[in-house]
Design a binder for this molecule. Structure first.
Ligand code: FES
Length: 104
C-alpha cells in the first residue's frame, strides 16, 4: 500500500494530486470526507489539471477538467456537464488509518 499524505494536509474544499508508484490520482476533501479518483478524464484519458493541485471549479463544488471543462460530482465522480457527460471518473480504492491516507 502506498501512503499519499496525512488527511489533515488536505484542506476542506480542496484537492491534491499525487503521482506514486506509476499511478496518478487526486484526493478531494469535502465536508470532512475524502474522495480519491484516478487522474484521468473519461473524455480522452488525459490528466485533469493544468496547475498542480487545481482540480476544483471556482465555487469548489465540482471536480473540473481543465482541458475542456467537464464537471464531475465530488462524491460520486459522475460527469454532470461537458463532453463526457454521463461517464464518470474512476474511483481509486483507499483507506484511512488514523490520519494517514493510503492507496490500496
Ligand atoms: S479531456 Fe477532460 S473534458 Fe476533455
Amino acid at each position: 500500500m502506498t501512503v499519499l499524505c496525512q488527511v489533515h494536509e488536505i484542506e476542506e474544499d480542496s484537492a491534491r494530486g499525487f503521482d506514486v508508484d506509476g499511478r496518478s490520482v487526486l484526493a478531494v476533501k469535502k465536508d470532512g470526507r475524502i474522495y480519491v479518483y484516478v487522474n484521468s478524464c473519461p473524455h480522452i484519458g488525459i490528466p485533469l489539471e493544468f496547475q498542480p493541485d487545481e482540480f476544483l471549479d471556482m465555487e469548489k463544488r465540482f471536480i473540473q477538467c481543465a482541458n475542456h471543462g467537464a464537471l464531475f460530482e465530488i462524491e460520486t465522480g459522475d460527469c454532470i456537464a461537458g463532453p463526457c457527460s454521463g461517464q464518470a471518473l474512476t474511483a481509486a480504492p483507499f483507506e484511512i488509518d488514523g490520519d494517514t491516507l493510503r492507496l490500496i
